[in-house]
Design a protein around this ligand. Structure first.
Ligand code: FAD
Length: 537
């Protein structure tokens, strides 16, 4: 089978693809584009996906990393949306339990806050009902006394109690990669670092795209019957290139997250709490860290690599220090941070937090289909909507099947659940010292993680096995892309950016056969990564 995610075959595969005819070209390798490729490929379409950066380098690695039940939509009375995302969450949990983990959240209620005890109790009850939450995960309400014993970090002054409910935690970039790999296992082709620079039209209808392979500076033309623009914050840039009238357009807002050691923010539970300006902020526990976010501010600078500013940090530190008065967190406590852009649809007179998170589809006269807005959580349903539109014009493709298809890392155990995977871990615990790495691998790659553990003999060779797997199966082009999106180490294990750095780089150089100039570029990219995640702290 042609595995387009094997980066050792990249040039050969790209050359070949440029001579084929596709049913569908998807522009954008975030969760929206990957979901569309997944839906289309599983219906039997011949699909090509093109991404100008690394896969998931846009918003899809910069979210709060939650598969939401949509509590926020309840406030805006969007009942159908709550119902829909609740259902999507259950489907994803069934199909990718290695990637999606139930997380209990505490919702503290204060006399001076924006939430009332009884209204929160009712809202969480309605939410459970609409989202179809399982009985064992139904909300419970806690008294003030029970709340302080459950979470001693909370100040008792004015504390009325708390709600406890469930969200599901994921890794957004890993989810995107696993969806994409599943699409490729159904014969889709996907290439990163391939920028769409123009559209090709025949008799007024889009029939393909012109691209630049940014790694080799080569131009390719690809042809297809349908082209979808799923470029998130870049959607309008491509619509402009397609000479579309943008009377409905994007409104970008920036959201920032800060990461702290769990030792410095020793929360017993993840939390969702209100801020002095009556917004809501998450504090999520993950891998010995706690991350906090998010902000929501209008954004007008460059879409590539948005950064966390001093003001963003001050806003979040102020919110967290008001909620946990004993912590007194300082900027020097921040271990890493990230910033992402929400591709929202502009609504006249609404503030960033008020604008709806709904997705919207635009179809141009020449047939270019664009999709923007939406959520990570709703990716499967967004993809279904797009491919249903195409299928309506081409009946030979079947209906959507993705709700029944396990993601690639769950093959062989999906029906029995994720415990079956972790049950296998004790076999490996003697070989490796860092047990948390084994869990991270299972949570990232599912059953493919055992292939890495089988090959490795110690902790360092396990990293080598992971990198080799990513080169052969996940189009790993730069070592920096391993530290950021493949492994998440940049954000949640930033000390590892410095550990064994020269040995790991030397191994990567050997596997890829890089020249001196390319080695210098790899070093530069790792330095850039450090500056982005750790630099201005
Ligand atoms: P992107 O991920 O940005 O993908 C678009 C891709 O297109 C990019 O990778 C880009 O490089 C590529 N591209 C652009 N131009 C070109 C071109 N010319 N050629 C080729 N490729 C191109 N949702 C949830 O469900 N749960 C959450 O907890 C959550 N939290 C969030 C927190 C924040 C701060 C933000 C900003 C969003 C959050 N969201 C959340 C929403 C969710 O992250 C987004 O809806 C989703 O990631 C958007 O994905 P996308 O694929 O549409 O865009």
């Amino acid at each position: 089978m042609n595995n387009s995610l094997d980066s050792t075959q990249r040039i050969k595969n790209l050359d070949k693809a440029s001579k084929e005819d596709f049913d569908l070209i998807v522009i954008g390798g975030g969760i929206t584009g990957s979901g569309i490729a997944f839906d289309a490929a599983t219906r039997g379409m011949k699909v090509l996906l093109l991404e100008k950066q690394d896969f998931a380098a846009g918003t899809s690695s910069r979210s709060t990393k939650l598969i939401h039940g949509g509590l926020r939509y309840l406030k805006e009375m969007e009942f159908n949306l709550v119902r829909q995302v609740g259902k999507e969450r259950a489907i994803l949990y069934k199909n990718a339990s290695y990637l999606v983990h139930p997380e209990k959240l505490l919702l503290p209620i204060y006399k001076s806050g924006s939430l009332g005890y009884y209204s929160t109790s009712l809202a969480l009850w309605v939410y459970d009902l609409l989202a179809g939450v399982q009985k064992k995960e139904s909300r419970i309400m806690l008294s003030a006394k029970k709340t302080s014993s459950t979470e001693p970090l909370l100040s008792t002054k004015g504390l009325l109690g708390a709600g406890m409910y469930y969200e599901y935690r994921t890794d957004d970039a890993r989810l995107t990669l696993e969806v994409l790999k599943t699409a490729v296992s159904y014969s889709a082709q996907a290439y990163n670092y391939t920028q769409v620079t123009d559209f090709i039209a025949t008799e007024g209808q889009i029939t393909g795209v012109e691209t630049t392979d940014l790694l080799n500076n080569t131009t390719y033309r690809f042809t297809a019957k349908h082209v979808v623009n799923a470029t998130g914050p870049w959607v309008d840039e491509l619509r402009k290139k397609n000479s579309e009238d943008l009377n409905k357009h994007l409104f970008l807002t920036k959201g920032v997250h800060l990461v702290f050691s769990h030792l410095r923010v020793p929360l017993k539970h993840s939390m969702y709490f209100d801020t002095p300006d009556r917004r809501m902020v998450f504090a999520i526990k993950r891998e010995g860290k706690v991350y906090l976010g998010t902000t929501d501010t209008e954004y007008h600078a460059s879409n590539e690599n948005p950064i966390c500013t001093k003001e963003d940090k001050e806003y979040l530190l102020n919110a967290v220090n008001k909620m946990f008065t004993s912590l007194n967190l300082q900027p020097t406590d921040i271990e890493s941070s990230w910033a992402g852009l929400r591709p929202l649809i502009h609504e006249q007179g609404k503030s960033p937090s008020e604008v709806s998170r709904k997705d919207e589809i635009f179809i141009a006269q020449n047939g270019l289909i664009s999709i923007a807005g939406g959520k990570l959580t709703a990716f499967r349903k967004m993809a279904q909507k797009i491919i249903d539109k195409i299928q309506a014009t081409e009946k030979r493709f079947g209906s959507c099947k993705t709700s029944h298809i396990p993601l690639i890392g769950s093959l062989g155990f999906a029906a029995k659940g994720y415990e079956m995977l972790t049950d296998k871990l004790p076999v490996y615990t003697l070989k490796f010292q860092e047990q948390k790495n084994l869990i991270r691998l299972v949570h990232s790659y599912g059953n493919a993680s055992f292939e890495m553990m089988d090959k490795a003999t110690d902790d360092l060779s396990l990293i080598y096995a992971e990198i080799a797997y990513c080169i052969n199966n996940e189009s790993l082009e730069h070592l920096a892309d391993y530290y950021s999106r493949r492994s998440g180490k940049m954000l949640f294990s930033s000390n590892e950016l410095l550990e064994n750095q020269s040995e790991i780089l030397a191994h990567f150089v050997m596997l890829k056969g890089l020249s001196e100039t390319q080695i210098a570029k790899e070093k530069e990219l790792i330095e850039q990564l450090k500056t982005e995640a750790l630099g201005s702290l």
